[in-house]
Design a protein around this ligand. Structure first.
Ligand SMILES: [Zn+2]
Length: 135
């Protein structure tokens, strides 16, 4: 007799074939979304921007309260124009390009407000308007 083969393999038991699943991407809703200029992954909403008057390594940069679809590089102490900070680079999870950094710790009291905030280089992002798609 031919055994019914359907139930002989249980799902999720053998993970021999490690197909790298793409990183989980978050899609942002908003009138204006800032995306990675390299691969157009959504990074931030207009609402997330605290200030546009910051200076990055490549020119003008934005201070944001939240950035999505990124991974953190190693933490390091870096002397910036406003003093010594512990920071970590932030990378786009899709194309891995460095789009800015996160302030982990500020040594100067006057800079404490930046802890946990993100700097994104203006040169590394593009702005996309989604108002057209609204019905
Ligand atoms: Zn990217």
């Amino acid at each position: 007799m031919v055994a019914n083969n359907n139930s002989s393999r249980k799902q999720g038991v053998d993970k021999d074939d490690e197909t790298p699943s793409p990183p989980h991407q978050v899609y942002l809703n908003g009138d204006q979304v800032y995306t990675c200029s390299g691969c157009h992954t959504h990074l931030a909403k207009n609402d997330d921007i605290i200030s546009k008057g910051f200076q990055g390594r490549h020119g003008r940069a934005y201070l944001l309260k939240a950035v999505h679809n990124i991974s953190l590089g190693p933490k390091e102490d870096r002397v910036l124009m406003t003093g010594l900070h512990s920071v970590a680079d932030i990378n786009c999870i899709i194309c891995q390009s460095v789009v800015g950094w996160i302030y982990i710790y500020a040594f100067e009291d006057s800079q404490k407000y930046k802890e946990g905030k993100y700097i994104v280089e203006k040169a590394k992002i593009s702005k996309e308007n989604f108002w057209v798609q609204r019905m």
